[in-house]
Design a protein around this ligand. Structure first.
Ligand SMILES: Nc1nc2c(ncn2[C@@H]2O[C@H](COP(=O)(O)OP(=O)(O)OP(=O)(O)O)[C@@H](O)[C@H]2O)c(=O)[nH]1
Ligand SMILES: [Mg+2]
Length: 396
């Protein structure tokens, strides 16, 4: 099975707590504060991996968690940074948030997108020492990491894509021109999942071509295999419209174009070259004119005999301008791809661990349950002493 969608829950690591510690040395009865800071929580990062074919590596509703930052320790030892959770996805994976907004597009090998940021660490008590407060008996706790549901959708990255009725010979054509070996058979819907092939020119240039399932009248209403898989044509700069010459060519051409119009997303306007296939089955080479502004060229070919294939292949290289130069500046790519959802949720308060229990500083949330959850996340348990706005209470 080919999976081009996955919904996963991503949770970044919580920041480590700062340490509450005092120097203990021989002959130094009252050492100063030496609690180190916690380490930052790990991020959840998606990485575009050319070795991944689809999203089938994800379980439905999978939960992914990055590592928590380590706690600070005495002697000013900083906690270890939590390890990132790296998820490998195929090139062409797009990331959508819960409001269906596109937040990252991993269109190049090695592209990275942070989808959940690790929580910032708490500061150790050493940081809170001032001339007037030489023995701070508290340390800051770390902040929780971001978490969210994200929807991954794969849109294959191909220079050109084949489109047409079932049985037109799309897979046969891909076998002829590329290194891919998709299944070919004389029944409709042989191809049920997209296949990418690499086409090589004599001068070494390469193009990728996508073969997708056949389309039929009413695909937009779910007839046949539906039209969802047209998402894999969206990034193609050129469509190769394959038509069986033994069929009613004009009717088939119009029917496929109607389905492209139903789908939208730029496909109706995409330039096409038409491959009139199976000319070995007709006595005369077809003289067919398709009056349509999108059609740049029409070729008569036979995937069975190979007739006309080389000319069509040359046209692909001529009409697919070579890929745009990769952006030289790595920073620029990263900036575009890194998901900055909203400024890291600034809490209006921080939680400190004291030698008596916990203390909340700043403006605590109005919602008591929210505060309680935050205290528990910071390590408070039933019976812990908590100080909020000068009042002390025990956690129930
Ligand atoms: N005679 C002849 N048969 C062909 C030619 N090209 C393809 N075929 C045959 O047509 C049938 C369908 O070919 P496929 O390549 O599987 O067609 P497709 O468009 O990929 O079909 P779906 O995957 O079902 O959408 C197979 O039996 C092929 O052998 C051709 O040029 N001449
Ligand atoms: Mg096929």
């Amino acid at each position: 099975m080919f999976h081009d969608r996955a919904r996963i829950h991503v949770a970044a690591g919580r920041g480590g707590d700062g340490a509450l510690s005092f120097r203990r040395e021989k002959y130094v009865p009252k050492g100063g504060p030496d609690g180190g800071d916690g380490g930052p929580g790990g991020d959840v990062v998606l990485v575009a991996d050319p070795n991944r074919r689809d999203l089938s590596g994800f379980r439905p509703h999978q939960h992914v968690r990055a590592e928590r930052g380590g706690n600070g320790r005495g002697a000013l030892k900083q906690g270890a940074a939590g390890a990132d959770a790296e998820l490998h996805v195929p090139i062409g994976t797009q990331v959508f948030d819960e409001e269906a907004r596109l937040v990252a597009d991993l269109a190049h090998a090695g592209a990275r997108a942070v989808v959940a940021r690790g929580g910032s660490p708490g500061r150790g008590n050493k940081r809170f020492a001032t001339p007037t407060r030489q023995t701070p008996r508290f340390a800051e706790t770390g902040l929780p990491g971001e978490e969210r549901w994200v929807e991954l959708r794969l849109k294959l990255v191909a220079d050109a894509a084949l489109v047409g009725f079932p049985n037109a010979g799309k897979s046969s054509l891909l076998r002829r021109i590329s290194n891919a070996k998709p299944k070919v058979a004389d029944y409709p819907f042989t191809t049920i999942a997209p296949v990418l092939g690499t086409v090589e020119a004599a001068d070494g240039r390469q193009l990728t071509v996508a073969d997708v399932p056949g389309l039929i009248e009413g695909a937009s209403e779910g007839v046949g295999l539906g039209h969802e898989f047209l998402a894999h044509l969206e990034r193609a700069r050129l469509l190769v419209h394959v038509i069986d010459v033994t069929e009613d060519v004009h009717a088939h051409f119009a029917a496929i174009n109607r389905e492209l119009e139903q789908y939208g997303a730029g496909l109706p306007e995409r330039p096409q070259i038409v491959a009139l296939n199976k000319i070995d089955l007709v006595p005369e080479p077809p003289q067919i004119e398709l009056a349509d502004a999108r059609v740049l060229r029409t070729y008569a070919v036979s995937c069975a005999t190979g007739a006309g294939i080389d000319v069509l292949k040359a046209a692909l290289f001529e009409l697919c301008p070579s890929a745009p130069e990769p952006v030289a500046d790595e920073e620029e790519i990263a900036d575009f791809l890194v998901y900055r959802p909203r400024p890291p949720a600034r809490r209006t308060y921080r939680i400190f661990r004291t030698d008596r229990g916990f203390r909340v500083e700043g403006t605590p949330p109005a919602d008591e349950d929210e505060l309680e959850a935050a205290l528990r996340a910071a390590g408070a348990r039933k019976g812990s002493t908590v100080e909020v706005e000068g009042e002390e209470f025990e956690l129930a």
